[in-house]
Design a binder for this molecule. Sequence first.
Ligand code: ZN
Length: 783
Amino acid sequence: MLHREFRAFLALLATRPINTRRNRTLRAPSRLRLLRFFRRLLIASLSCVLLFIIAWFVFPFPVGDLTRYPADTILLDRTGEPLRLRLGPHDTDCRLCYRPDPDRDWICRAVVAAEDQRFWHHCGIDPLALGRAIGQNAVHRRTVSGASTLSTQVVRLLHPRRRTLWTKAVELFRALQLETRLDKRAILEQYLNRAPFGANLVGIEAASRRYFAKEPQDLSLAEAALLAGLPQSPSRLRPDRFPARAQRRAAYVLDRMVACGMITPAQRDAARAMPVALRTDAYPFRAPHFCDLVLDTQALQVGGPDASHANAPAATRAAERAGHLDHAIRTTLDPALQRLAEQTLHNHAASWRTEGVSGGGVVVIEIASGAVRALVGSPDYADALRAGQVNGAMALRAPGSTLKPFVYALAMDQGRLTPATVLADVPRSFKDLTPVNFDGVFQGPVAAHDALLRMLRQAGLESLDQSAAHYGLNLALGDAPVRLLDLANAYASFGRGGVWRPYRLIEDVDSGRASRHVCSPEAAWLVAEMLGGDDRLPESHHADVRAPHIAWKTGTSSGFRDAWAVAFNPVYVIAVWAGNPNGRSAPALVGARLAVPAMWEIVRGLYPNGDGPWFERPAGVTRRTVCAVSGQPSGPDCPRTEEAWCIAGVSSPHPCDVHVRQTTADGRIEVVEHWPPAVASFLRARMAPDAGTRAAQPDEAPRLVNPQPGAVYRIVEGLDTAQRLMLKATCRGHETLYWFVDDQFLSAGAAEAPVPWTLARGHHVIVCATTAGCSARADIVVE
Ligand SMILES: [Zn+2]
């Protein structure tokens, strides 16, 4: 339509002299007509300019569209390597990793030569090409040349329209606007990221990886020429379907590059001679459970935040605000740590399987940032038979006694507990099981459970969403369900001096969620010290002199369904879970047996030289003299004292009530040990399950038969056999007596039944206790 008018205008200009020469009488009216014509032309031109200016401001360039792509979601690890690719809408494969370097990358030069040779110099419209196109189209009376520039093509790729002269005009207008918005490099980037390359490929990154398994900047001249030719007619030129056509087009692009002076004819000939081999890059698929989790939390965020998962969506929301979360998401995953975690779980799972345990999970969190550095949800994601896709790190499982450190911290902040009292309350060899009976330590069970539940929720265990009454004792016994990831993040609070922070899955983004206080820095430090003592090195590590200093706790859920181990130091939390995805129990599912070796393997992998960092003691933690048996501040009757940590002004100053004076039948006054009810009920619950159903027995202290207090024994040199002492006591009304040597549980046996103990040189304290909490004691010496 327009070119018809243009031709009429040309004809008019051409006919003017003829008119003047042919008919002089028409001269005046003709000149008048001409004048009128030019006046109209001027008005029309001015109107056009005015309209153009108005349109420029009334219809600004839709800048927002420049950031919208049909893009894949690419998850990257913290170093920027791809972990997972999820195709864009309609299965489009569009990756946005490429940043063009026009001076270095062949693809940039090849595209400019193929599509728009004056790209670097024009203003969005190439007047030379436009003039030529108008001429050619006028001559051929159809569209021969589009006079497209890369800028107009970006506009067309942004808003595809039916091709008419009007849309052409709009594209030219938008191209001019685009040039004022973006610099040339950014326009080239827009083009390269939006151009179609055949099949479902959009953008050079996807094309380059799919056809040549390379990043665009690594394309050779020949490969770049081949890809640069594709967008002109992507489905017709696809190199995997029509190699000959693609090669012909590549040859044309190379010729254009020579014509533009970008390459020499010799370079072109070399590129043409070089065989171009197609090779497809496999889609990345690493850290599958971690990626599932990131994508799930994203989906949740799109669908609206879910209170129970409020952790991660908050992080992604913050990411969007910060502009980080377009399509390439840099996650917190540390590739080396992830490999270590995967390898460890894989290795251990092989032996777990022989014991009827098929699932497991590992989480490593960096304490300072809350970043999840490794997450493995099953030994083998691809193992459908063993439900490998079920993410064990997010499954709700019973935590066993892994929640106990929170109980300790709570009781420490309440002044009821210090590490010394915990250690003394419990036979040391059993301190992993359950040191605290709530009835004994807290004022009342209900109040205690309320406080504990509040604290565990403060520590981010949001799966505990029922009332304290609902959980009852299960909370204390570790039967209330938690996720491995949440548990690891709760432990990170201890590493942070009692401050909880949401975990992060995306790098460089603060979740924006406020941190919370779970316990005091003093209690956090004391818990770390308690769980990090040298005596807590497992058997297999006594030989390993260079084990790093680390606090750790195991857990076993009731019914042997879950085995746990959680370790932490100032830098990392490492949490390991073993169990069956279907919840089936297995006798091997004991934390210390199954989970601890895997945990130590990761710890050793993190600190191969055995020199991990440790915490600085808070000023509020001080030393005081306590009873060596009870751990309470020593009283006048305590036979032995030692120095122990406590929280200044918080820990109970109540003196030892284990050592009490008693008047014997013959009128003598002696000091006896009266174990607190906590230990008594602990012993009852753990070691004599039938005791609770038995009728109450008269509270009577056992009487030691052997050894007698103050006895001295001598080890005879040169004897091959072990030299043993037979411990023996009598007690009326108690069938079972519990023997302790130097606070270590030795054995349980019926009254009057001898219990052998192998002599060891030194001073020893032999204690015999009843389930009711009465005891007898003898200090002996072995020379
Ligand atoms: Zn005492």
